[in-house]
Design a protein around this ligand. Structure first.
Ligand code: ATP
Length: 360
């Protein structure tokens, strides 16, 4: 019997709604798949946590997660956090840094039933998650932004061989079970040292994956190719900020942010978290698309299955995947995709499909 402790953090904005639907779906999956138990432990993060505990990421959340097998995190309205306030850290960045979740895996897939310009998009952006230009996580002490005078800012970008090689390894391993192609995205013609080191590190790792085809692009050219011929790409490995931007762009090719899942992966812990933000404009209206968060939880189960050699978790992931595909085929969609379903209605329909599924 596989038993996993999952740390649940609802987050801000639409977070409680989409995390709530995800838990509903996980509960249904547990009832259907034999030998799988998910134990939920709830931990505070975000603005509500700031009000109740005095911090957006209280110590008890980090301590609690250390006793879990995985985390499920909702989005956070970090742009309104006061960066001068040490109790208002960005929980996403801080958790990625604390647990060394160095690979942010962000898949983009075309679903039948969702109108898009392309018919065969199925790619994964593997983004470095702990260094690069992200000031909240690329320094041991303080942030990577400095202000020598009121009119000058220096923003540091950190690239290390270790960070690049371990990221590349995840990308190449992923490509083994996919279309066996890795694209390295960089800007080494200008950032000769930083992107040069990233490129070289990816190639070093690629040498031990003889069956994987490698190509590479400058970020600017790749941004164009991604919108002209996204069907040609499989696994894309890239640095932190390039990956953040490209993954939102890729989501736009298949229906938008509501369909953009993500997993923050380290060697000993992982946190599932949709790519999108907290969408304050639609929060509390039962309008948000929960698919990105649900598919993030699916990725969590997939990796728990791989790392624990556990068929029940893999089966649970496959069940969710098939149910989402089937829902779209039957034109069951939330309003962001041109449908009529509310957040909770979509969750209910998905569960109905799973309960009648033949794959278990
Ligand atoms: P952040 O900087 O926190 O990533 P963002 O600038 O990317 O945030 P989002 O909060 O992701 O912004 O929202 C961008 C737009 O996409 C908003 O109009 C929002 O309503 C919409 N959106 C985001 N996520 C969803 C979702 N799950 N369902 C429906 N619409 C969404």
């Amino acid at each position: 019997m596989a038993h996993y402790k999952i740390g649940i953090m609802k987050g801000d904005g639409i977070g409680p709604e989409i995390v709530g639907e995800t838990i509903k779906v996980l509960n249904a999956v547990q009832d259907i798949v034999e030998d799988l138990t998910l134990e939920y432990n709830y931990y505070p993060v975000g603005l509500i946590s700031y009000q109740e505990n005095g911090a957006t990421l209280p110590k008890k959340t980090i301590e609690g997660l250390q006793n879990c097998d995985a985390g499920l995190l909702g989005p956070l309205t970090t742009h309104i956090y006061d960066t001068e306030n040490p109790n208002m850290v960005n929980p996403s960045g801080a958790l990625r840094k604390f647990f060394d979740l160095y690979a942010n895996i962000r898949p983009t897939k075309k679903y039948e039933g969702v109108d898009t310009r392309f018919n065969d998009v199925d790619l994964v952006i593997v983004r470095e998650n702990t260094e690069g230009m992200y000031a909240d996580r690329n320094m041991h002490f303080n942030t990577g932004e400095f202000m020598p005078n009121p009119d000058t800012v220096l923003s540091f970008r950190v690239i290390t061989r270790k960070g690049s090689e371990r990221l590349a390894r995840i990308g190449f391993e992923l490509a083994q079970s996919r279309k066996k192609k890795v694209t390295i995205v960089h800007k080494k013609n200008v950032l000769r040292k930083g992107c040069g080191l990233f490129f070289e590190s990816c190639h070093t790792i690629g040498e031990s994956f003889e069956n994987i085809k490698i190509d590479d692009y400058h970020i600017d050219a790749f941004a164009m190719h991604l919108i002209q011929r996204p069907e040609d790409f499989d696994v894309v490995v890239t640095t932190n900020m390039f990956g953040d931007i490209l993954s939102d762009q890729a989501a736009g090719l298949v229906g938008g942010l509501g369909l953009a899942p993500g997993l923050n992966l380290g060697d000993s812990f992982l946190i599932a978290q949709a790519t999108h933000g907290s969408a304050p404009d639609i929060a509390g209206q039962n309008k948000a698309n929960p698919v990105a968060e649900i598919l993030s939880a699916k990725m969590m189960l997939e990796w728990l299955g791989i790392r624990n050699d556990d068929k029940s978790a893999s089966k649970a992931a496959a069940l969710i995947d098939c149910a989402v595909e089937e829902a779209f085929k039957r034109n069951m969609k939330t309003t962001d995709l041109g449908g009529t379903l509310s957040t909770t209605d979509f969750g209910d329909k998905l569960i109905e499909i799973m309960e009648n599924s033949v794959i278990v």
